[in-house]
Design a protein around this ligand. Sequence first.
Ligand SMILES: Nc1ncnc2c1ncn2[C@@H]1O[C@H](COP(=O)(O)OP(=O)(O)OP(=O)(O)O)[C@@H](O)[C@H]1O
Ligand SMILES: [Mg+2]
Length: 324
Amino acid sequence: MSFRVVNPEDGFTSDVITDPHRFVGRADLIQESVDALNSSLGLIAIYGKRGVGKSSLTRQIQALANGNYNLVHKAGLNHILHKKLRKYYTVYYACDSMIDDAHDLISRLCNDTNEEDGLLRLVPDNGKQLTEFSRSTESSGGLDLKVASWGAKGQEASKYTSAVPGDIVQTFRNFTSAVVESNNRCFSKRDSVLILLDEFDVIKNKQGLGSLIKSLSSDKVKFGICGIGQDLSSLIADHASVGRLIEQGSIFVKPMSENETTEIFRVAEEFFGGQVKFDGDVVKQIAVLSEGYPYFAQLIGKSCVSNANIKGTNYIDQAVLDLV
Ligand SMILES: Nc1ncnc2c1ncn2[C@@H]1O[C@H](COP(=O)(O)OP(=O)(O)OP(=O)(O)O)[C@@H](O)[C@H]1O
Ligand SMILES: [Mg+2]
């Protein structure tokens, strides 16, 4: 094949991976994720070192929760699809260091209008539907304040939930309790809503986060938290309070094996449409150099392709790697 300048970004990315076709390896973590999604109760916690691939895995969990099983096929895990798997409406939110505490976090979630990932997109009329307040009789604990929308016959046609001024936690409860029922009327039936919180480690004051998540979790609401940490306690200060919730959903993302890192380059070659070839030895060296961090593998790969572009070749050999 004759030389062509290629865009390094076609094959490599420094972004979080949402596309299952780009996501390499991690069969064990995929299995753990499917198991965690299938338990009706419980919190999912994804943790590991910086740049090891936590956010990408979290995005894949989102796809699995939505019923996209490409990843499972790709990992050769078809056998785990035999039983019926739980499906979710999903929310994905990346935290930032301006979030002070649990209240702040819930408030952010209740106001997130992101069209692909935000909670509000799943709430009927963005939570603004205002008809008539009623104390619902099936009230349990804090779940009694609902806004009912009355149909022509004077009976409730549909029940909506709405924002409660000054009480963000109750607002959140109302929003999430509306999600499954109301969306199932329009879409395929799903069991629950999954709220994925990335960069969870940057929240300043983590006091009470665990117990709040526990109190908000139910058969219809599941949380997944993701962040940097060597163990669970670095992610959740009051982790004792989520003790039993976490039994099944603790997912530690370790550095990749050399085989998995190697696979990144095979996938990249595919995405370059066969225009770019990596020498086998070069790939092996990069796999060793990157020490299991896909972040470095992607970075070095990208840099190799840029350098090869300048050199006027699409074959990445030792000479190109030496330039990098
Ligand atoms: N399974 C994978 N296959 C291929 N590349 C991956 C995989 N997982 C992660 N990467 C790549 O590694 C880099 C880091 O990924 P990601 O952002 O998911 O890691 P992270 O652990 O969330 O990082 P941070 O600690 O900075 O939040 C990105 O360039 C991403 O494209
Ligand atoms: Mg991340």
